[in-house]
Design a binder for this molecule. Structure first.
Ligand code: SF4
Length: 150
């Protein structure tokens, strides 16, 4: 059995915790909240620090400095993981679910995320491409809600 099958999130060491991230980039997409039912809807607009061609943060080490609202995932905020995409390993394990077959820890291949249609590579735009006018940018976000991330 592997560490993610035998340990709880709280028991994992730093390397194990970091290895859970499959690099899909979905959590770096802007979300809109429906005020009526509290549901979150993902958009195809990514954080300004996300490299949309690789789905990697361009400045992971100092990201809080440039994007203060970026959430650092840790065991201390595990009860709030419901905002993460439903296929995110942290959310799955927090909910007692297994990792999917395409997760690199299971498939032993980093390419399996993209092959399974889980990566944002080539499918999203950067928020830097939005209209500079906040009202028009908000409208653009609403027009770019996607349903392939839940
Ligand atoms: S959604 Fe989860 S698995 Fe995907 S990049 Fe974000 S933290 Fe990693």
């Amino acid at each position: 059995m592997s560490f993610w099958q035998t340990k709880t999130l709280a028991q994992m060491n730093r390397d194990e915790w970091e290895a859970l991230c499959d690099g899909c980039g979905q959590c770096c997409l802007h979300k809109l909240e429906d005020e009526d039912d509290g549901e979150y809807y993902f958009t195809k607009v990514a954080c300004r620090l996300l490299d949309c061609d690789s789905a990697r943060c361009k400045n992971y080490a100092q990201r809080k400095q440039y994007v203060p609202q970026c959430v650092q995932l840790g065991i201390e905020n595990v009860e709030n993981f419901h905002w993460l995409p439903s296929n995110c390993a942290y959310r799955l394990l927090a909910d007692g679910e297994p990792l999917p077959a395409w997760h690199p820890l299971v498939s032993d291949s980093p390419d399996s995320v993209q092959k399974a249609g889980q990566s944002v590579i080539g499918r999203v735009i950067s928020e830097t491409e939005l209209d500079p006018d906040p009202e028009r940018a908000e409208q653009q976000l609403q027009d770019m809600v996607i349903y392939w991330v839940e």
